[in-house]
Design a protein around this ligand. Sequence first.
Ligand code: BES
Ligand code: MN
Ligand code: ZN
Length: 497
Amino acid sequence: MDFKIKKATPEKIKTDALILPVFEGSTLGTSAAALSAATRKALEAALAQGDIKGKAGEVMVLSAVAESAAQRIVLMGLGKATEQKESGLRKSLAAAANAIKGTAAKDAVICMDDIQTGDRDLQWTARQVVEQFETATYTFNAFKSKDNHKLVSLKKLTLLTTNDQKSAERGVLEGKAIADGMNYARDLGNTPPNVCNPSYLAQEARKLSRGCKTLSTKILDEKQMAELGMHSLLSVGNGSETPSRLIIMEYKGGPKTQKPHVLVGKGITFDTGGISLKPAPDMDAMKWDMCGAASVFGTMRAIIDMQLPMNVVGVVAAAENMPSGKATRPGDIVTTMSGQTVEILNTDAEGRLVLCDALTYVERFKPASVVDIATLTGAIIVALGPFASGMMSNDEDVVENLQAAADYTQDKIWRLPLWDEYQALLDSPFADIGNIGNAGPKAGSITAACFLSRFTKAYPWAHLDVAGSAFNGGANKGATGRPVPLLTEYLLRRANS
Ligand code: BES
Ligand code: MN
Ligand code: ZN
């Protein structure tokens, strides 16, 4: 979609769909004041019927309204005018976008002046508008036969405001970069696992750096990883016919000597569980076990787009977890790149096995911070549902920056502890550590993060468990593009500090 900004009031605007805020009590906002008396009368008559009360998330599409330059007027509820909330606005924008998506409208115009969420500024609101419209109109048709495509007519949205143009422009620019990054992450996530395997991801990294002077890509194959001693990462791909890869993307937008911020993504392109095989129902969802990696790709794309003046390294640990005669067994002991030995008690706890070696590898960059992103545990879905990613960290500065970025983008996170009591659950009688906690499923997300923390002592680090937030199962299944907004905003903040 294309986005434009226009300084005007709505009365003369020719468009297929004019989005007009309404408030609780079925009242029109100030944007409507500029409309002709006849148009307002028609809108008030429609509101008086009581079909829309003005609550957040309510929308009503009216066609051919009297004396209106717009072909449709989309009434968008925003709740109480003085108590607009972030969650309400996001819901309202999604509802408006979805309503328009169901019509033949090719372009739309949204009146921004009535939208005021707490003390959020126009830049923030513009970002939210772009993100919600891009999300609602996203389609993934690459694997549909020609005549079976879901088509969306809406191609252009104009943000109408009488306020600070610069602020709106910045919001649209950032919003578009982030939304494009999210769509890229969605595409990678949704691509089926017979196509999206470790070498496919490596190819994507090469594609990203082609034609981009600030990005260079390096791919390690299994032989190179063996030479580095990455036997934990390699153990995960043992059962697979498609070899593992370590993908390194270096973005150099800052001074040569500046320490980079590093993102490390879990890229399990399919997780069967290995010899600790998963049950059959919904196993297809494990094609999204590379969504952490997808968010690294999406974020790299967004910062390239925004030309962020800083250094960032994106690393993806890519492997496929399959059972076979060559697969790793429960009970096997491997030596990690760090020298620590791991007793693999459950081959389905594979994410931590690929991440630990990638986390040791990135020490060479002397990182300013490292954030890993992984669909690591089912337990985080039990704890937080789809709304927040789990976060664990060894550094308060990283935590503060991530929390500020989460609050601003509404790409939510919630912190869990890494106390010594939990660390002790990783003790193994035969190796330095076990790959699962010995208290069974209890505190599963925390013990997974504790495992990673054994490999991140050299730098400030946070772990994001995105198993609940990065994709939806069920009727509306698909990758969400999260946490690209969070990561991009985190880096934006780091670039400015
Ligand atoms: N990829 C899964 C985690 C997952 C589950 C992601 C559901 C998204 C949705 C991970 O590799 C896994 O299998 N974790 C196990 C760990 C257990 C064996 C300690 C889990 O969560 O059950
Ligand atoms: Mn697994
Ligand atoms: Zn997994």
